[in-house]
Write a protein that binds this ligand. Structure first.
Ligand code: B12
Ligand code: SF4
Length: 461
């Protein structure tokens, strides 16, 4: 069954080719392993949606599978429509975070979508392909939703994969891995390899949909992770590795084992990852630095304990201060991620965030305006308060925002002010970096989203 797996163009303002579509790489690897040989992955993040026409005409696939972020859902659905227009018999399959949560709405409103795979799909896609190629009843394939005789059939939930080591490494044969570049570890963007070493997260921050897709935290063994890094280094010549886990350092013993393994195997790589401020210690950071860690990205979000509480972040300011001081001490550069416009945000809470940035003096800053994604507690809360309903996701507006005491233009202005303040803290190099990369996250804030605003209403809590 000739298959195309596609990751559609990002929402406007997003840089293409930041990372390879790791999830599609996993799906291809699993399909190949089970004998489905004709699978091609195309990263369309840098291509116009319309260019799929030519690709589909050239490839003539029987199956088109597409990944869906909430903000890229239009491009995913447009791709489905084009695929069906070219060949009405093609099977269209959606997967990824947005389709996982919004499957009912998609199936009700877009009859051209034949099947949705919900959540982690390595096992699901193999069983689905086996069922399709044998013309078996799809009902026995766990974790899917499909159209049948005018009905929407939702099959039994699929259990999460316990033994992640049993999965093959992602297959990148169709991708030019050299084009995915890191802009953090080195001043000049250099090709980087990306890996996922764990899935899920035990926390439940109110703006995050990690739980909805992945459930509780599960991890690969360190030897399996190091084998993949060795393979990426030898196969593709990468010297920079980005670890794309939600919280890489969640388990301290595992993190130490990882660092020790890098040193023992003599892997001369530079790497970076993301984590929480309460998931590091000085001792661990020292070892991480020794093992080549260059950058750590912290989802701090706010310097205000009230906002952190509203976001259910369960993070102490004291831990943030310590984490940044320790990173500085051992020589690991830091990224301080900020969210502006959470419920309860005011000028005073913004001031607390600015003060925390001044105190921690991070190497890099990333400021985003809060977006409400389906499958998050914030989304449920906004619905409960009558601020939104699911019909928003049928519009072509990219994302939904919560506005409390500040309007979107005010939030944008505030965010720019924070960037400028941070650049000033780093002197010439701070301004040079700002000039080079700009207000990068704010570029992903299209005018369209503004008209999709929730009504100006403040939460009582
Ligand atoms: C890496 C990453 C990125 C990369 C994407 C690179 C890439 N090419 O994939 C970059 C940095 C560009 C990025 C950007 C953004 N991201 Co991001 N990102 C992630 C992250 C950390 C890892 C993704 C990953 O590789 N996972 C591992 C692989 C194995 O999983 P996967 O890709 O989801 O694929 C699996 C399943 O979903 C499924 N599947 C996926 N596609 C398909 C397709 C088919 C046909 C099938 C059958 C199955 C299937 O099967 C795969 C194997 O199990 C996730 C968090 C997470 N842990 O998943 C957030 C996450 C996906 N990102 C998120 C967000 C919010 C964003 C941004 C909007 C950030 C922002 N605040 O502005 C932007 C938007 C990008 C856009 N498209 O518009 C949210 C998504 C929320 C939502 N509802 O869309 C997540 C879930 C983070 C979170 N916890 O909230 N992101
Ligand atoms: S934001 Fe990070 S810590 Fe919070 S739930 Fe999501 S992945 Fe976990």
């Amino acid at each position: 069954m000739k298959t195309l797996l596609l990751s559609p163009k990002m929402a406007s303002g997003w840089q293409p080719n930041i990372m390879p579509p790791i999830g599609l790489g996993y799906l291809k690897a699993c399909l190949l392993k089970e004998g489905f040989k004709e699978v091609k992955v195309v990263d369309m993040s840098g291509l116009k949606v319309e260019s799929i026409r030519e690709i589909i005409q050239t490839e003539s696939p029987e199956i088109v599978g597409i990944t869906t972020f909430t903000e890229a859902r239009h491009n995913a659905l447009k791709t489905v429509a084009i695929a069906k227009e070219i060949n009405p018999r093609v099977k269209t399959i959606l997967g990824g975070v947005h389709a996982t949560v919004m499957y009912q709405q998609i199936m009700e409103n877009y009859p051209a979508v034949d099947i949705i795979c919900r959540g982690e799909s390595e096992r699901t896609i193999v069983e689905l392909f086996q069922a399709l190629s044998n013309a078996d009843d799809l009902r026995k394939v766990k974790g899917i939703v499909y159209h049948q005789d005018g009905e929407i059939v939702v099959t039994e939930e699929r259990e999460k994969i316990r033994d992640l080591d049993a999965l093959p490494f992602p297959n990148y044969d169709d991708l030019d891995l050299k084009k995915y570049k890191d802009t953090y570890v080195s001043w000049k963007p250099k090709p980087a390899a990306y890996i996922i070493t764990s899935r899920g997260c035990p926390f439940s921050c109110s703006y995050c949909s990690s739980q909805s897709v992945w459930g509780n935290w599960r991890a690969r063994s360190i030897s399996n992770v190091l084998d993949e890094i060795e393979w990426l280094v030898s196969q593709y010549g990468h010297k920079i590795v980005g670890i794309a886990d939600d919280i890489f350092t969640l388990n301290k013993a595992r993190t130490k084992e990882f660092c020790q393994g890098i040193l023992n195997r003599g892997l001369r790589i530079e790497w970076r990852s993301a984590t929480r401020a309460d998931c590091v210690s000085l001792e661990m950071l020292e070892l991480m630095r020794e093992a080549g860690c260059q950058f750590l990205s912290f989802g701090v979000e706010s310097g205000s304990p009230t906002i952190l509480k509203n976001l259910n972040k369960k993070q102490k300011i004291e831990d943030v201060v310590n984490a940044f001081a320790w990173c500085k001490k051992v020589g690991i550069k830091t990224i301080f991620n900020v969210i502006i416009g959470a419920p309860g945000e005011t000028r005073a809470t913004i001031e607390e965030t600015r003060n925390l940035i001044k105190k921690t003096r991070p190497s890099e800053l990333s400021v985003a305006l809060l977006r409400i994604y389906p499958g998050t507690a914030l989304w449920k809360q906004a619905q409960d308060e009558g601020l939104c309903d699911d019909s928003f996701f049928l519009t072509d507006q990219e994302c939904m925002r919560y506005t409390g005491a500040m309007s979107v233009p005010e939030m944008l202005q505030t965010a720019r002010g924070i960037y400028l303040m941070h650049a000033g803290l780093n002197g010439l190099s701070g301004y040079a970096r700002l000039a080079k990369f700009g207000f990068h996250v704010l570029k992903g804030t299209p005018g369209k989203a503004v008209s999709g605003l929730l009504p100006r209403k403040r939460r009582s809590s």
